[in-house]
Design a binder for this molecule. Structure first.
Ligand SMILES: [Zn+2]
Length: 308
């Protein structure tokens, strides 16, 4: 049966548009050097299209750290989320095992992020990135090493100038052992060429960056990449009973569901097959001039380069 998203009220939609446009304006005025951030901003996306049973978590977890740039809250006993406010709740995730911890992404403009996370976990922390956009790498500088997929290394270097640490490469299928807890890396290109998703199989969830779930999917590569990535993720979800994915911009009610992953795969395939036509994109989507919207999923892409 087709999933029918709840429709936001016109009033609510207009309000959201105003809020988003104000955020865009502020970011543009204050952080022009982070223009790449705008690629991740979601303008007037369909906010209400999630399945409520999936979104049982929210942003009411215990606050364990707070300053002007980031708030960290506890998600479960050994997992925390940090939310920035520069780019639509850009999200960081601190994932702790018995021996070590991984910090997934580094926000937009967080200084001394290494010290912040050291105050939350006593375990040594390794920084790993879902992709190279400016709102996911901005706090990377103090870390002595950073892990990123090779395809997004140039983007990382462009956004973190004069990074002095060692850049290491995440590999597809890599298993990161934290001691009694494992993260598995899956390449999921589409949003960017080097986008990755991290899975915590035992806990039945993952961390998808902007590859899946950050409300609108902005495709800066090709729709065929999205179809291939979603096909892999769909299978992994089924095989491992993954319940949801924590996205790179988590607002408390937009966990990515297995159904949305399948829906967006089908929708992108339909465009490639000529069965579905894109319409003109109605906002600043990082230069993406086309979009498709259905079943609570919105995907934007370039009519010039995206349809292949
Ligand atoms: Zn992004």
């Amino acid at each position: 049966m087709a999933h029918t998203p709840q429709k936001a009220s016109v009033c609510g939609t207009l309000w959201r548009k105003r809020v988003y446009l104000r955020i865009v304006k502020n970011v543009l005025m204050r952080y022009s050097k982070f223009a790449a951030i705008l690629l991740c901003l979601i303008i007037a996306g369909p906010m209400s299209a999630q399945e409520s049973d999936v979104n049982s978590r929210d942003l009411r977890g215990k606050v364990v750290y707070e300053d002007d740039e980031v708030v960290f809250r506890q998600l479960d006993e050994h997992t925390w989320i940090g939310n920035g406010h520069r780019c639509y709740n850009e999200s960081l995730y601190l994932v702790e095992g018995n021996d070590r911890a991984v910090l997934i992404d580094a926000g937009t403009n967080i200084s001394k992020l290494d010290k912040i996370v050291a105050g939350i976990t006593s375990k040594p922390v390794t920084l790993m990135l879902t992709h190279g956009h400016g709102d996911h790498v901005g706090g990377a500088k103090p870390f002595t090493e950073v892990w990123v997929a090779p395809a997004d290394e140039p983007m990382f270097k462009g956004n973190v100038r004069r990074y002095k640490g060692e850049i290491k490469h995440l590999t597809d299928g890599q298993v990161i052992d934290l001691g009694g807890r494992q993260l598995e890396v899956m390449y999921t290109p589409g949003h960017t060429s080097g986008s990755v998703t991290f899975f915590d199989k035992a806990n039945h969830y993952g961390f998808s960056g902007d590859a899946f779930g950050s409300t609108n999917l902005l495709v800066f590569t090709y729709l065929s990449n999205v179809v291939a990535s979603a096909t892999k993720v769909e299978k992994y979800i089924k095989d491992n009973d993954i319940k949801f994915l924590f996205p790179g911009h988590y607002s408390g009610d937009n966990l990515e569901s297995p159904k949305r992953v399948s829906d967006l795969k089908e929708m992108c395939q339909e465009v490639l097959d000529g069965k579905r036509q894109g319409i003109k994109s109605d906002g600043n989507n990082g230069g993406n001039d086309m979009m498709i919207e259905d079943r609570g999923v919105r995907v934007t892409f370039s009519s010039q380069n995206g349809i292949k």
